[in-house]
Design a protein around this ligand. Structure first.
Ligand code: NAD
Length: 416
């Protein structure tokens, strides 16, 4: 018996059951809180006086957005220009000095960023630092005022641990396995076009790409020929010769992905060539939840299809796993899309398409849980890289009004 564990379990179960979600429930709880304050004013005043000898007063206030100071931006290799420069825009716009650490895997971009970009910026306020894990580890020993990291959850933990030593705030833009639910009522070719486009774009090396499809066996059978048709239309009969299909970034990443081709059964594609770091657009079926392809983020041109018996089963499957960066639901029924949205959690969500939600500057982009914390894009970038300083300015006069707060706190003084 662990009373604390029991309490936490009880609260988690209430959250999972959706108790806290409805506006009525929230309003009722806030009204309860208001009643608590009203009905127990005396009790609270006495308690505060005993604990802290405290009286409070409200005043008008404003928020001043100020730069943090020296900011470190660490970037991955998969979109090496976008994922360095978009955060940089926010950091500079907010008035920070910046150290930029591009990925060592995208060597050519790293070189341009290190050699050319500083010529366009004031070098007394901006620097590019190069290197891999070891050099980044050394960099992280220094104190920064903010760290913005994009990369894997594994390295995200390293960055956050290093930041904690200096109490440095972080934004972590991480990855994970993004589910894609496909309802039975969908037009298979439309779904296949969209899923194939955003799964195989950049050779599958996109943090918001759908990592796996969840659908019924019936829908799977309709999706497979449609996916094959989309792949052939996009990349031709021999995708290896298509200029529109990218390559895996490194030998190390290629070998990991080739290993995943052994999971389940290959329904489409499956060919690979180590010399070119080529992996054909691939669809896997009959995969087990315990196989590596369903355990780790794929980050390559491989799409497993997992069978589920119902929408409830799909939602349960999603909720049993870490919260993803993106979640997709395809259905002609807006009720189905809304149910997936309401009963799951993810960094972002897109109904009936893939990753378009992250192209809108009006929406914040970021993860939740294991897929990250914090967000950016558009105005949200400026806010991310700014300290929101809570300020209160008071006129020098009106001393008589304000003198109510001065001790001694006798009942007579408090009445004036
Ligand atoms: P990664 O975590 O391996 O590397 C990211 C950065 O961290 C690189 O600059 C690298 O040099 C540095 N790094 C690597 N190991 C380190 C260590 N031990 N100590 C300190 N620094 C270290 O990620 P990656 O392979 O470059 O990128 C792929 C991952 O990034 C995927 O998980 C993908 O989902 C994620 N990603 C997320 C987003 C997003 O916006 N959320 C965007 C792109 C990629």
């Amino acid at each position: 018996m662990d009373p604390l564990a029991d309490t936490l379990q009880r609260l988690r179960e209430a959250f999972s059951a959706g108790r806290t979600r409805s506006p009525e429930f929230r309003a009722a709880q806030l009204k309860g809180l208001g009643r608590f304050l009203q009905e127990n004013k005396q009790l609270l005043q006495e308690a505060l006086a005993q604990d802290l000898h405290k009286a409070t007063q409200l005043d008008s206030a404003f928020i001043r957005k100020e730069p943090f100071g020296l900011v470190l931006i660490i970037a991955p290799w998969n979109y090496p220009v976008n994922l360095t420069l978009v955060p940089l825009v926010g950091a500079l716009a907010a008035g920070n000095c910046v150290v930029l650490k591009p990925s060592e895997f995208s060597r050519s971009t790293e070189k341009v960023l290190a050699e050319v970009l500083p010529r366009y910026l004031d070098q007394s306020c901006f620097a590019v630092v190069l290197g891999g894990p070891q050099e980044t580890g050394q960099l992280l020993e220094h104190k920064f005022d903010y760290i913005f990291f994009t990369g894997s959850p594994r390295v995200g933990r390293i960055v956050m641990t290093a930041a904690a030593k200096h109490l440095t705030p972080v934004t972590l833009e991480l990855g994970g396995k993004n589910p894609c639910y496909v309802d039975d009522d969908c037009d298979p070719q439309t779904v296949a076009n969209r899923v194939a486009w955003f799964r195989y774009f950049n050779c599958g090396q996109t943090c918001v790409a759908p990592d796996y499809v969840l659908c019924s066996p019936h829908t799977r059978e309709r999706l497979l020929p449609a996916l094959q048709s989309a792949i052939t239309r996009f990349y031709g009969e021999d995708p290896r010769r298509s200029p529109s299909l990218g390559r895996v970034v490194s030998d190390k990443h290629f070998r990991r992905l080739r290993g995943l081709l052994g999971c389940g059964r290959v329904a489409i594609g499956g060919q690979s060539d180590e010399d070119e770091r080529y992996i054909a657009p691939t669809v896997l079926v009959d995969v087990q939840e315990t196989e590596p392809v369903m355990q780790e983020e794929i980050f390559g041109p491989i799409l497993p299809i997992v069978n589920v018996g119902s929408l409830d089963e799909a939602i349960d499957f999603i909720n049993r796993r870490e919260k993803p960066l993106a979640l997709y639901a395809f259905s002609r029924s807006s009720q189905v899309v809304k149910r997936v949205l309401a009963q799951t959690s993810s960094g972002g969500f897109c109904g009936n398409d893939g990753f378009m939600h992250m192209t809108l500057a009006s929406l914040p982009f970021g993860g939740v849980g294991a897929s990250g914390m914090g967000s950016y894009h558009g105005k949200f970038s400026f806010d991310t890289f700014s300290h929101h300083r809570a300020c209160l300015l008071r006129r020098p006069g009106l001393e008589k009004i304000y003198s109510i707060r001065y001790p001694p706190y006798s009942p007579r003084n408090l009445r004036m």
